[in-house]
Every structure is written in structure tokens, then in C-alpha cells.
Design a protein around this ligand. Structure first.
Ligand SMILES: [Zn+2]
Length: 232
């Protein structure tokens, strides 16, 4: 029987086997952690072993996720992310206008017959863009009223190094398109972060106090966002 242990914010699956030593593996495509341990190994021993590997685990996870994302082919069965959940890609070729649909655990990507990688990629990216464009305005409205600020405009870009940015002078905010792949709470954290910049431009202690007050779990979501490379 398999058990699950929690290592900080990582869950690891423990499998007992007829082996001599404990092994730990980080598995593609999403960096799941699996520990194989000899029968009758004490939980405490497994836990200590796993904790000693935490640094290594997070490095492996970043490496795995990076190589997974860099090698997207936009073909059937490929794992893609939306709003923090995993989906399998299902590609359908049809001579109709391209369309993307979410069905249970699948992202159905309908493209013209013989569409090349670049076409499939851009159809999916456009869809991601429209989805993010729909979920951001209600969040901005909500946080404008809580923080008593007003945003003049927002835009969505693909950015390599930042999740968002704010120019207080023009009250404009940018969001990274990749946010659409992360959990809704992570997106909301970035919305709050950028809107708080309208009250305090720099990341000083006043800024942090405001974040603590309005979005108490912000450090948790920041860590969540940092646990994987931005460019996904
Ligand atoms: Zn900032």
C-alpha cells in the first residue's frame, strides 16, 4: 500500500518494496516525488531521508518542468496547464476555424488539416490570452474597491522574468500571459501585488505591511510561483 508524506509544501508518495536502500525519484512531467523504501522502514527514517533531499528535489523539479515545457510539440497526450490544473492535449484537424475547448481533463485543440507546430502553438496561445483577458477584469474591480485605487488600463504580455508590472504614474498594469497556467490564487496574488503598487511603488516595508493586511497568504503564493520557471 502506498502512503503520502508531506515535506513542507511537497507531497511525496512512498512505496514499500523488497529492496535494500531508500530511493527517491522526481518524475516527469510535473515533478511528482516518489520514494521507494525497503519493507519495515520506519516512517521517521523515510521522512528524514526525504527532508535531506529537499534542495535537490526542488532543483530537479525546475529542471524537469523546464525541459517539459521547452519541448512542447502540441500533439495528442501532451500535458498542458490551465488555471493550475493539468490537461491532456487532444488535437483535432478539421477544415473549420480553429477553436479550443476544455472537456473534463482535456484541452481540445481544433486546427486546420495539416496545421504545423507554429499554428497549433499560436491557436493555443490566443486562447490562453482570451481566457486570461476574461478573468482579470473582475479581479481588478474587486481589488480596486478593496484597496480604493483605480487602474487605467491593463495588458497581457509574454514576459521572461516577471509575473507582472505596474507603472503608478500612468496607473497601467501588465500581466504575464503565463499566469493563466497557474492556480487562480497565484493570479489573484499578482493582481493584488500590482494594485498595491498604486499605494506604494517600491517593495519596502510599507508595501509588505499592505500585502500582509490585504492578502495574508501572499508569501505562500509567491513561493508557489517561484517554485517553477516562469516561461512555461
Ligand atoms: Zn512589485
Amino acid at each position: 500500500m502506498n502512503t503520502i508524506i508531506k515535506l513542507e509544501d511537497i507531497e511525496a508518495e512512498v512505496v514499500h518494496k523488497n529492496i535494500r536502500n531508500i530511493h527517491l525519484r522526481v518524475l516527469p512531467p510535473d515533478g511528482k516525488v516518489r520514494i521507494s523504501a525497503p519493507f519495515r522502514t520506519k516512517n521517521e527514517t523515510i521522512y528524514k531521508f526525504a527532508c535531506s533531499k529537499l534542495n535537490w528535489i526542488s532543483k530537479q523539479r525546475i529542471r524537469i518542468r523546464k525541459s517539459t515545457f521547452e519541448s512542447f510539440q502540441y500533439i495528442n497526450q501532451e500535458t498542458h496547464y490551465f488555471r493550475g490544473r493539468q490537461y491532456q492535449l487532444k488535437v483535432q484537424e478539421k477544415n473549420e476555424p480553429p477553436v479550443v475547448q476544455l472537456l473534463n481533463n482535456e484541452i481540445v485543440l481544433q486546427v486546420p488539416d495539416g496545421a504545423d507546430l507554429e499554428t497549433r502553438r499560436s491557436v493555443l496561445q490566443d486562447w490562453y490570452h482570451r481566457q486570461l483577458e476574461m478573468v482579470i477584469p473582475p479581479l481588478i474591480t474587486k481589488w480596486e474597491s478593496i484597496l480604493n485605487v483605480s487602474v487605467r488600463r491593463f495588458s497581457i504580455r509574454s514576459m521572461k522574468t516577471r509575473w507582472g508590472s505596474c507603472t503608478p504614474k500612468t496607473r497601467s498594469i501588465r500581466f504575464n500571459l503565463e499566469l493563466v497556467k497557474r492556480a487562480p490564487e497565484c493570479l489573484e496574488y499578482i493582481v493584488v501585488h500590482e494594485l498595491v503598487h498604486l499605494l506604494e511603488a517600491s517593495h519596502n516595508s510599507k508595501f509588505k505591511t499592505l500585502m500582509d493586511r490585504f492578502y495574508p497568504k501572499w508569501k505562500f503564493y509567491r513561493k508557489e510561483l517561484r517554485s517553477l520557471p516562469i516561461k512555461a
